[in-house]
Design a protein around this ligand. Structure first.
Ligand code: PEP
Ligand code: CO
Length: 450
């Protein structure tokens, strides 16, 4: 049976949290009309492929690596920036795959991650109050009255920026850059000389030897030359996601073709709200962020609404409890969801429960807290006999100074050196690679236990 997607008015009537106050409704209608006519960014069949891979994650046969910026920016759509992000994700995936011998599903927070929920509708600096920055999809980052006015034309720019990014990503992953014989060349510049870079170099040398051996015996499968990589973002601005929801010609089912995987944020997961309603109707694989106030009943109700057929791979629960809370809050949730026979992939976001403001005023996170939350996640699943299905991280391929700690021992006093995020602090490339090695160790240990 074909799912019917409610029209935009009915969706709005349900109530949607975290929506911009667009000053000019007719300009919004124009942008939506334009978006309804543009070609899809992704194809429904690709979404189905990703859903099948996430089904393997839910069954405990694969591990998800989901990562990228907290907020992409239009200015950040450059070849260097996209390549650097992809490169660190490829390096992390190789570490996880090789060190833990588990298939890794690679999913970028990329090509669509332009809209942000905010804890406050306004921002005040030196006595001046303006609308909060809600991501490049909505308004400008500069703290001026003009920049902060929500402009729906930006939604059209989200589409074009996502298309340009995805085009480059597709070229990189299938056009030779992601070829496994390139493992050494991904390890460049500042990372190569770091201790974790040298550790990576040793692993890459082992992979090289294995590849040479495989080639010598005549095995050279396609998988050595290209990778599967998918895109994801938070489905936040209703007008954008609704305009890009289309009926797939093969199956007659609706898909949101703005990205392969869409998730519902911690602040917009109201059971009767517009976001849950819209995502319940599309056939993409989807996720929901679950913070520390989530009760098992909340999780069960979300699963019943979002995945009534209990289809493996359809629903991912991305928990973001905080390092100090995960060991208290996660067990009950996992236990009750599992006992109810609900099939989900469990993924750990060790970033969003661990943000704090440094004395200098920068928003930051401690690398040790991030690792501690992931360790808690593995320990809880280990104790319950469930599968720790993956990690969801905010990272960048550059040498930024946004999170403190890690092997380079970044201090709060270092944050100003290169703080570039327009929203939450991201792991830099060295910290990301360090995380990958630590998670690979946890993953190996989890399998030995099985
Ligand atoms: C995010 O992923 O950037 C985010 C805002 O997360 P959450 O909804 O978990 O707070
Ligand atoms: Co964030």
């Amino acid at each position: 049976m074909t799912q019917t997607v409610p029209d935009l008015e009915s969706l709005r009537a349900l109530g949607a949290a975290q929506q911009p106050t667009w000053p000019d409704p007719s300009a919004l209608d124009d942008a939506v009309a334009k978006l309804r006519g543009v070609p899809p960014l992704v194809f429904a069949g690709e979404c189905d492929d990703l859903k099948a891979k996430l089904g393997a994650v839910a069954r405990g046969e694969a591990f998800l690596l989901q990562g990228g910026d907290c907020a992409e920016t239009f200015e950040g759509v450059t070849a260097d920036n996209v390549r650097n992000k992809l490169r660190v994700l490829l390096q992390m995936a190789v570490v996880l795959t090789y060190a833990a011998s588990v298939p890794v599903v690679k999913l970028g927070r990329i090509a669509g991650q332009y809209a942000k929920p905010r804890s406050s509708d306004t921002e005040t600096r030196d006595g001046e109050t303006l609308p909060a920055y809600r991501g490049d999809a909505v308004n400008g980052f500069d703290f001026t009255g003009a920049a902060r006015v929500p402009d729906p034309q930006r939604l059209v720019e989200v589409y074009h920026s996502s298309a340009a990014t995805l085009n480059l990503v597709r070229a990189f992953v299938t056009g030779g850059y992601a070829d496994l014989r390139q493992v050494h060349t991904w390890n460049t510049d500042f990372v190569r000389e770091s201790p974790v870079g040298r550790r990576y170099e040793r692993l890459a040398a082992e992979i090289d030897r294995a590849l040479t051996f495989m080639k010598a015996i005549g095995a050279d499968p396609d998988e050595f030359h290209r990778v599967d990589f998918h895109s994801s973002h938070e489905a936040l601005v209703l007008e954008y996601e609704h305009a890009l929801t289309r009926i797939d010609s093969r199956t007659q089912q609706p898909y949101d073709v703005s990205g392969h995987f869409l998730w519902i944020g911690e602040r917009t997961r109201q059971l009767d709200g517009a976001h849950v309603e819209l995502l319940s109707k599309i056939r993409n694989p989807i996720g929901v962020k679950l913070g520390p106030t989530t009760s098992p009943d909340d999780a069960l109700a979300l699963a019943a609404k979002l995945n009534p057929d209990n289809e493996p791979g359809r629903l991912t629960f991305i928990t973001r409890m905080g390092a100090g809370k995960i060991r208290d809050h996660l067990p009950d949730l996992v236990e009750k969801v599992t006992a109810a026979g609900v099939t989900v992939a469990w993924v750990c976001d060790p970033m969003h429960g661990n943000t704090f403001e440094a004395s200098s005023g920068y928003k930051t996170r401690r690398f040790d807290d991030v690792i501690s939350e992931v360790q808690g996640f593995f320990d809880v699943h280990g104790a319950l006999g469930t599968w720790p299905g993956g990690v969801h991280v905010e990272l960048t391929g550059d040498d930024v100074t946004e999170c403190v700690g890690g092997g380079e021992a970044l201090l709060e006093d270092d944050l100003h050196n290169r703080y570039e995020s327009v929203c939450d602090p991201r792991l830099n490339r060295v910290q990301s690679l360090e995380l990958a090695f630590l998670v690979a160790e946890m993953l190996s240990a989890a399998q030995v236990k099985d």
